[in-house]
Ligand binder design. Structure first.
Ligand SMILES: [Ca+2]
Ligand SMILES: [Ca+2]
Ligand SMILES: [Ca+2]
Length: 352
């Protein structure tokens, strides 16, 4: 069997022994830095507080009452990673910048006691998001990307009274030509200081990109990959029809996401939606019918020969409330520690 090189593999076999040692030391240094940053991010999340309940009316103007919601459980969804400037999906050296687009439908709410609240099917709740990320570590066949600012940075949660979200076509996750009646329930921006994603390619032969039900993209294969990520939304608007008590400044929605290839539990999306609510090309033409996008941007083998990379997502998210009334003495002390820990990442971003 022919071994196909996987995209994240960066072993430099032609390096001299000295250069290899230097490379190893630099990898080790970066790994330590990464651990440090993960710890900082974790501390920030702890400071922001555990999951926080917020009043949500799951059916909006419908008869159901508002409930205290703590977490949102999302159905498997789609993520598209697109290079910015000369960045490369295949080689992804340190410093490469990518623009991400992602969408999913909500599967369930979880109340403040941890009890699942089912919602009608098909789900009327969807989100779309976009943000930039930058390669901060490449070790073996794994890559780590930090969420950064700039580019298209948005988060939008929609309620659609006549649900139209279609994973295979990537349409209907908000207002578009297939779905004029989706209403914006909540919006915000992606926190550029704490999100992070790690992706590892697995050493296997490429297979079908779409193994969810029938193969709706018979001409597109994919590497196998696995990953996980965190993302923090800073909420800056809610519609009181769905969030009847409004929200306090500092309310966030923190995502934990598992990434997978191939697409085993939902169809890969033909289209994605950008920050201007325009449909953009994902995998392009499929066998599903309906509105789809014209161009395949991931190539014949997703992860090897396309401009873009697609991943299946499985996310849950928690509402969090940043501390607004600090205890002067204890928080000041903690603040000094945090400031010291957070500085390395900030200064690295400034170009040191
Ligand atoms: Ca209601
Ligand atoms: Ca609709
Ligand atoms: Ca399928």
């Amino acid at each position: 069997m022919q071994q196909i090189p996987v995209m994240w593999l960066i072993e430099q076999t032609s390096l001299s022994a000295g250069a290899k040692l230097a490379e190893l030391q630099s990898i080790r240094k970066r790994e330590m830095k990464r651990q440090h940053e993960l710890l900082s991010a974790t501390l920030l999340l702890m400071l922001a507080g555990a999951a926080h309940a917020i009043a949500v009316d799951p059916d909006g103007a419908g008869l159901g009452p508002a409930v205290d919601v703590r977490r949102l459980g999302w159905a498997p969804g789609n993520s598209l990673i697109t290079p910015v400037g000369s960045a490369s999906i295949f080689t992804h050296p340190l410093g490469d910048v990518f623009q991400r687009y992602t969408h999913a439908s909500l599967a369930r709410f979880e109340d403040s006691k941890g009890v699942s609240i089912g919602i009608s099917s098909p789900s009327p709740w969807t989100f779309i998001a976009g943000y930039r990320e930058q390669v901060v570590s490449t070790v073996g066949n794994s890559v780590v990307l930090d969420t950064i600012g700039g580019g298209e940075n948005f988060f939008r949660l929609y309620f659609d009274p006549t649900p139209n979200a279609n994973s295979g076509n990537g349409t209907g996750y908000g207002p578009d030509a297939t779905n004029p009646d989706a209403g914006l329930a909540l919006s915000g921006t992606i926190d550029a200081s704490i999100g992070q994603t790690a992706i590892s390619a697995l050493r296997v032969q490429p297979g079908n990109l779409d193994t969810s039900g029938s193969d709706n993209y018979p001409e597109v294969d994919s590497i196998a990959a696995r990953g996980n990520g965190t993302l923090a939304v800073i909420i800056n608007h809610v519609d009181m029809a769905y969030f009847p008590e409004g929200f306090n400044p500092g309310l966030g929605l923190h995502f934990q996401t598992v990434l997978d290839l191939p697409f085993s539990r939902t169809d890969p999306s033909s289209c994605f939606k950008n920050g201007a609510n325009m449909l953009i090309d994902g995998v392009g033409p499929n066998t599903l019918g309906g509105r789809e996008c014209d161009a395949n941007t991931v190539g014949n083998i997703n992860g090897i020969d396309g401009t873009n990379l697609m991943l299946m997502t499985d996310s849950s998210s928690s509402f969090t409330q940043a501390a607004s009334v600090p205890e002067p003495a204890s928080l000041a002390l903690l603040g000094v520690g945090l400031a010291a820990m957070v500085r390395p990442r900030r200064s690295r971003k400034a170009g040191h």
